[in-house]
Design a binder for this molecule. Structure first.
Ligand code: AHR
Length: 495
């Protein structure tokens, strides 16, 4: 059995952990909103129809930021439809997913939900069928106190204090031909700059995310980012990247090593942003918002044009396995490794749609396998990210050649050190940690997600089949095949 060796030093600093890395995403799609977060009449719904069983799980998951209301949905959405008296709201055909939208849940319901969830909102504006005027008016509705038409309208709607939303997305996946109102990079760069300019006139303190590529495999990847930033560099603060990994698209080893691809995609987007910075001779740096990421069995997805029009259909409710959970844990390791420039992350999505939390209408809510690495990373990854020096046995993949079978990162918060690691290979691997640079350490818990059957899932009837095991910690542990780990230590005396 070949050993993996990990050496850490408090001087190996990547950057601070931005809490916004542990964000999620609520889209008006399928059953994420309706019968997901919102289900009037459910036994656990509060007076406003919010499911409190789901809210409990969202808080346990530790989600810090939630993107809303889409996704593809936002590109044909009229935010005005979802505010004001519930009885006056129109029922519309949602063009993104070809479903019926009752508008019973809208902006103010979402903001009440986000407050109860303890999450910061990340609001997306429609730059598909609409433009700068509607985007600026939405900022006015949300962030101005009173004395303008939109701010006073919010007050009429029963919300006296401004929502004060800091983080805004300038549209969604505007490079994708599937997007309602998709644009060329030139067109999008220009409208993003104009919308951003108008929105910051309303509230100069907001932060703006421009759409990067909807996937690193898009034919326009990197060229899109460069053109968009050449137009909108001065108006925006972040560039987005979306990254979904399909367990059935390539060989299984390549799927298990998905973080190799995410690392390369993040590096490519940042290099492109820095190229434009140099070209325009700017000093400001554009950081990255990975505002949609996850495992998604995309090859099973039925496109909207091949379905009938339905009301809250069960769309992409993938059941996640032990392997999927390991991959999610590894993607979080990749994100932490880039914490100096990647400061916003949104797992897509939060409930039912490729989600850590599943529900049944009128029934229970439960944790999928991927819930566990996310919840523990969100809770334990604090302070400063440290990059380990790591040697590990190789594993062979069809897509990336030979890659290390073990991947890891660490965080240090005062006296609390946590190492996050995965074994993405199919053989057990002993992990030896050299932590001498920290002086005297007391090992804490060793959390492990693994199972003899890597295809095992959690279900409504068996919701805790895959969960975390707690083992005694130490500096030498055995990593079973396809496993995720969090190892905690307390610093007792400096070296
Ligand atoms: O998360 C599901 C969909 O994936 C989103 O609506 C879209 O932005 C992406 O293509």
């Amino acid at each position: 059995m070949t050993v993996a060796r990990l050496t850490l030093d408090p001087a190996f600093v990547v950057g601070p952990v931005d809490r916004r890395l542990f964000g999620s995403f609520v889209e008006h799609m399928g059953r994420c909103v309706y019968t997901g977060v919102f289900e009037p009449g459910h036994p656990r719904a509060d007076a406003g129809g919010l499911r409190t069983d789901v809210l409990d799980l969202v808080r346990e998951l530790g989600v810090t930021t939630v993107r809303y209301p889409g996704g593809n949905f936002v590109s044909a959405y009229r935010w005005e439809d979802g505010v004001g008296p519930a009885g006056d709201r129109p029922r519309r055909l949602d063009l993104a997913w070809r479903t019926l939208e009752s508008n019973a849940f809208g902006l103010n319901e979402f903001m009440r939900w986000a407050g109860l969830a303890g999450a910061e909102p990340m609001m997306a504006v429609n730059l598909g069928t609409r433009g700068p005027a509607e985007a600026a008016e939405l900022v006015e509705y949300c962030n101005l106190d009173a004395g303008t038409a939109a701010a006073d309208l919010r007050r009429e709607h029963g919300v006296a204090r401004p929502h004060d939303i800091r983080l805004w997305c300038l549209g969604n996946e505007m490079d994708g031909p599937w997007q309602i109102g998709s644009r060329t990079a030139e067109e999008y760069g220009r409208i993003a700059a104009r919308a951003g300019h108008a929105m910051k006139r309303v509230d100069p303190g907001i932060e703006l995310v421009a759409c990067g590529s909807s996937d690193a495999g898009m034919p326009t990847f990197a060229a899109w980012e460069a053109t968009v930033l050449e137009h909108a560099y001065d108006q925006v603060d972040y560039l987005s990247l979306h990254a979904y990994y399909d367990p059935e698209q390539y060989d299984e080893a390549s799927f298990r090593a998905s973080a190799v691809h995410l690392d390369a995609s993040i590096d490519a987007v940042l290099a492109t942003a820095d190229h434009v910075r140099a070209k325009l001779r700017r000093t400001k740096r554009i950081n990255l918002a990975l505002d949609e990421w996850n495992v998604w069995y995309k090859s099973r997805h039925v496109e909207p044009e091949n379905r009938g029009i339905e009301d809250n259909p069960a769309l992409i409710e993938d059941d996640f396995t032990v392997t999927d959970a390991m991959v999610v844990g590894n993607l979080l390791i990749s994100m932490l490794r880039h914490a100096d420039r990647l400061t916003v992350g949104c797992q897509a999505q939060l409930v039912n749609i490729i989600a850590p939390i599943r529900t049944l209408p009128g029934g229970p809510a439960w944790r999928q396998t991927i819930f566990h690495p996310f919840a523990r990373t969100a809770r334990l990854a604090r302070g400063t990210v440290l990059r380990p020096a790591l040697t590990a046995p190789p594993m062979t993949t069809g897509r990336y050649g030979d890659v290390p079978a073990v991947d890891a990162v660490a965080t240090l918060d005062g006296r609390d050190l946590t190492v996050f690691a995965v074994n993405r290979g199919t053989e057990p691997i002993p992990l030896r940690l050299d932590l001498r640079a920290f002086g005297v350490l007391r090992p804490g818990e060793h959390l492990v997600l693994a199972n003899a059957d890597p295809h095992l899932t959690n279900t409504a009837d068996n919701p805790d089949r895959v969960t975390l095991a707690v083992r005694p910690g130490g500096t030498e542990v055995l990593m079973p095949p396809v496993s995720w780990h969090a190892l905690s230590y307390v610093l007792m005396r400096e070296a």
